[in-house]
Write a new protein. Sequence first.
Length: 360
Amino acid sequence: MRILQKTIIRPYDIVINNSFEGLKDQILTVSKPSGICIITDSHIAPLYLEQVKAIVEEIAPAYAHVFEAGEASKNIATVTAIYDTLLEYSMDRSGLIIALGGGVAGDIAGFVAATYMRGVPFVQLPMTIVAQNDSSIGGKVGIDYLDHKNMVGAFNNPALVYINTMVLRTLPQREIVGGLAEVIKHGVIEDVALFHYLMTHKESILGLDDAVILEMTYKSCKVKCDIVEQDPKETGIRKILNFGHTIGHAIETLSQFKYNHGECVAYGMCAAAFISYKRQLLTVDIVHEITAVCHSFGLLGFLEDYKVQDIWEHMTYDKKKAHGKIAFILLKAIGTTTIVTDISEEEVAQAMTFIKETCH
Ligand SMILES: NC(=O)c1ccc[n+]([C@@H]2O[C@H](COP(=O)([O-])OP(=O)(O)OC[C@H]3O[C@@H](n4cnc5c(N)ncnc54)[C@H](O)[C@@H]3O)[C@@H](O)[C@H]2O)c1
Ligand SMILES: [Zn+2]
């Protein structure tokens, strides 16, 4: 399967496959590099680095930079360490960077590729559900700064996204479940058919049934591509991809990453759905459908108590606020969103109470 992501400057392919066969040829269609740097993390390296290195070495001399796995590495220190590796191997603009990993590796490698020598092409080899369905597509790259998620970054499209769904078999269950929150999000904001597909294929998805995962990935990537195509720089419609993320990011930061990104997005989606209901935009049945789907995939587990004041403070720091206001995504129906800028601390407080009651 293949989706062409149309962009203003240069479109790129998202290839969805169930093996690394074809990877070499796909890279060769976009780049004939003089050298290749694979950027990956310490969990993925022992599992896949040799295999991928052997494939890309048929294209050009390849070397790797391995960083400590985890969100805590998504910082400027990791970026400068990678610059050092690139310099050590005399990487120049004729080289190629490969992001072999989840959203963390993809965001870091994409940022390095955007900034090293004013830009080196890069290829995304996404290894998690989050990365395969969301983060590898759309060109947002970056790192966290101090306490702020994704505070420093760029828009930098990859030359190619090559998805091998088989690698999900080594992904820890918790990461699979967390990642599915982003897929649920794509269904909720844009695609009723995807939402129903998730409802009706829960077991095959959690069992990583090959055909079902390929189909789900295709549908989910299509949602992301369609939205990004309409608004590559997030000045309008692309904001809807942040559904569940405003409160989700606040929880993610406050928990000091005890909960993974997707788990936090699930909490955030339910909070946003509840606020939509309180504003009489959404029926209570749909709020329940969304929480039910999240629960059925194992999301919405017990959430620790966080002060609403702290959540609110993080939300107001959020860089997505426009002219001092937070752009908050609400829901009118499955597949229909609306953006508001007048969300109040009181509404967030009510939503957090709802989440506490719903999550266990
Ligand atoms: N750029 C974007 O548009 C965008 C969108 C969504 C999320 N993100 C970012 O993505 C990040 C979260 O991504 P993530 O959930 O993929 O986290 P991650 O990259 O940390 O991966 C999760 C864990 O799974 C391990 N892992 C990855 N692939 C594996 C595999 N195939 N087998 C075994 N273990 C594997 C990793 O080592 C890590 O421990 C966050 O930083 C978030 O901000 C970015
Ligand atoms: Zn996300």
